[in-house]
Design a protein around this ligand. Structure first.
Ligand code: NDP
Ligand code: 2IT
Length: 445
């Protein structure tokens, strides 16, 4: 690594020693930027990297709400407005008990480059809370979302910062958040994406991250003389991204044999019946183990990590960060995996990524492979601004084009600046170049 990138990374590690996920994401990115830094010595004088690694703004706030027993509960809310060089802050909200500043910062930091890769005018941000929606009633979720928005509304806006869903935030939560924003501000504007179709949502947004992941992986496979046809696939998670990754991979001719949640995984050698998963997860909000009651040929195993011991050609981690560690990566490689597409954000540890790359596995990194969700969010913003809505087919076709374009950019940057096929470097560099140029043009702000 060049001295400059290394110095900035060392400083970042010192100042954020208690933020392991953020350091992990920053280490991966800064470790790949040397060829760009070497080509642009002017960046150092402009303090570009020091500015790039520091969020423009971090908002942390109290979220009090009343549970069904009448007891007051308090959670912590976050919005990290990381970088607005190329557009208004854009990124999801995560509701999960593990949420802390380190996790929101890593997600926001990744989001800057992801959003840049889409080619659309969106900056990077992320937010959320340590609230756990699991086991809460609809009314409790509504009261939490209303309280969360009662603080958040003053920091966001259709041209300022546009949040969306992430883990624990789907259509129900976006609806409650939107209603409260509108009530407080009186504005009917595209301030959130992933909205319901009756109040400004975009067709195909629900499918977009999972479908986009498969469009990206398909482009990567084709560029390497391969395809989804006849392949065995493992998809971790059983939430929004996992369900629609399964749907598209199946449509492209693959067979998905395993899915999971945080408790365990199901294995169905006949191919997972996705209608059953959708009913259990999207409608009934039940656990994945219930699947075996409906499909007796399938088996359920406690513990979510075991899913990586299932033999497959293609692995699509779609649950959460660091779900594939070195040991799991080695198990996948030993079982002959030929491609990994990251649907979740940073699902592979640094060590796991190394195992895949050294084994010659085609590796599609999250910030490129899962950019279809936020890209379609940007298409939702466009439709809201135009007061128009496009058909499912129109949005899906644009999404496919965007993902193929991202692959082409990443592939080209890998060849130009790093090694052909090193899509990790390619994604970081292709995303960074646009942000860096915009930051340079706008002066030291
Ligand atoms: P959902 O809340 O819909 O689903 C999350 C899934 O992951 C659930 O099956 C959940 O299981 C599982 N999971 C969550 N935390 C853990 C954990 N600590 N260990 C094991 N499993 C876990 O979220 P999404 O599908 O929206 O998000 C999944 C991933 O994709 C996240 O990394 C997110 O950041 C990323 N992503 C999402 C996008 C989107 O548009 N929604 C866009 C781009 C990336 P359980 O029910 O047991 O918690
Ligand atoms: O990680 C992500 O890209 C998302 N959760 C989607 C963000 C968005 O604004 O649609």
């Amino acid at each position: 690594m060049s001295d400059y990138a290394k110095r900035v990374l060392d400083g970042l590690k010192q100042r954020n020693a208690h933020e392991p996920e953020f350091i992990q994401a920053a280490t991966e990115i800064l470790n790949t930027l040397q060829p760009v830094i070497d080509k642009h010595p002017e960046y150092e004088k402009a303090g570009l990297l020091e500015r790039y690694v520091e969020p423009e703004r971090v908002v942390m706030f109290r979220v009090p709400w009343v549970d069904d027993q009448g007891q007051v509960q308090v959670n912590r809310g976050y919005r990290v407005q990381y970088n607005s060089a190329i557009g208004p802050y854009k990124g999801g909200l995560r509701l999960h008990p593990s949420v802390n500043l380190s996790i929101i910062k890593f997600l926001g930091f990744e989001q800057i480059l992801k959003n840049s890769l889409t080619g659309l005018p969106i900056g990077g941000g992320k937010g959320g809370s340590d609230f756990d929606p699991k086991g809460k009633s609809d009314n409790e979720v509504m009261r939490f979302c209303q309280s969360f928005m009662t603080e958040l509304y003053r920091h966001i806006g259709a041209d300022v910062d546009v949040p969306a869903g992430d883990i624990g935030v789907g259509g129900r939560e976006i609806g409650y958040l939107y209603g409260q924003y509108k009530r407080i501000t009186g504005l009917y504007e595209g301030v959130l994406t992933g909205k319901g179709l009756t109040y400004g949502g975009s067709l195909a947004r629900k499918q977009a991250t999972g479908y986009g992941l498969c469009y990206f992986v398909d482009a990567m496979l084709k560029a390497n003389g391969k395809s989804f046809q006849g392949k065995t696939v493992v998809v971790s998670g059983s939430g929004n991204v996992a369900i629609y990754a399964n749907e598209k991979a199946t449509e492209l001719g693959a067979k998905v044999v395993a899915m999971s949640d945080s408790n365990g995984y199901i294995y169905d050698p006949a191919g997972i019946n996705l209608a059953v998963v959708k009913q259990l997860k999207e409608v009934e909000r039940k656990r994945i183990k219930e699947y075996v009651k409906c499909v007796p040929t399938a088996t359920y195993t406690e513990g979510c990590k075991g899913i990586w011991t299932v033999k497959c050609d293609i692995a699509l981690p779609c649950a959460t960060q660091n779900e594939i560690d070195e040991e799991s990566a080695k198990a996948l490689v030993a079982n002959g995996v030929m491609a990994v597409g990251e649907g979740a954000n940073m699902p592979s540890t640094l060590e796991a990524t190394k195992v895949f790359q050294e084994a010659g596995v085609l590796f599609a990194p999250a910030k490129a492979a899962n950019a279809g969700g936020v890209a379609t969010s940007a298409l939702e913003m466009s439709q809201n601004s135009q007061r128009l809505s496009w058909t499912f087919e129109e949005v899906d076709a644009k999404l496919k084009g965007i993902m193929e374009n991202i692959f082409a950019k990443v592939d080209e940057a890998a060849k130009e600046y790093a090694t052909a096929g090193d899509y990790v470097s390619g994604a970081n560099i292709a995303g960074f170049l646009k942000v860096a140029e915009a930051m340079m043009a706008q002066g030291a702000v």
